[in-house]
Design a protein around this ligand. Structure first.
Ligand SMILES: [Zn+2]
Length: 177
């Protein structure tokens, strides 16, 4: 994806199967689990989210604070419902991102989120995303980080971090086989 911190999500169809697609101007892709495609998200502190059901992978989201504030999570669920996928059937797995202790943000950012998504001026991206998708019908038990809590991109040198000054990005991807 050529990501722009938006809430735009591209829906891939059967015509896209087998193609190498760089989705531009969007921060999410959604597709039927029958398509059997791989999806990638580039991040350095932002959350990468992969969505799937018991039938397979259905999408990926680049979830930075701007995209979440613009409603990318609830939009994803609306589009899933349009594709005939039940909201409560979707599992969300989050890739490594900046942890709340390292993510101090201004009040201009904080005011865009429910109080529960932040603590002492620090934003919890996964919580912000979770609150949004749960409000839109996702099952809270199906939203989890893919790695353990120590996988903070700003503290762990294994990851690239925008906040730490890295110019590079990580690519998280999921493949259905
Ligand atoms: Zn941290």
């Amino acid at each position: 994806m050529e990501q722009v911190h938006s809430s735009q999500i591209l829906r891939l169809t059967l015509n896209d199967a087998g193609k190498d697609i760089l989705a531009s101007g969007c921060d999410g892709v959604i597709f039927s689990p029958h398509l059997k495609v791989a999806a990638g998200v580039r991040t350095a502190d932002c959350l990468s989210i992969f969505a799937y059901t018991e039938k397979g992978l259905i999408g990926a989201i680049h979830a930075g604070w701007r995209s979440i504030a613009r409603g990318i999570g609830s939009r994803f669920l609306e589009m899933a419902a349009d594709c005939g996928i039940k909201r409560g059937d979707i599992f969300f797995r989050a890739g490594p991102a900046i942890c709340p202790s390292c993510y101090e943000v201004g009040t201009d950012v904080l005011e865009k989120f429910p109080c529960r998504a932040a603590e002492a001026g620090r934003l919890n991206l996964l919580k912000a995303f979770s609150i949004q998708v749960q409000a839109a019908g996702a099952d809270p038990k199906k939203i989890k980080p893919a790695l353990n809590e120590k996988s903070c991109t700003a503290e762990n040198d294994c990851f690239f971090s925008h906040r730490r000054g890295d110019g590079s990005r990580m690519l998280a991807f999921a493949i259905q086989h």
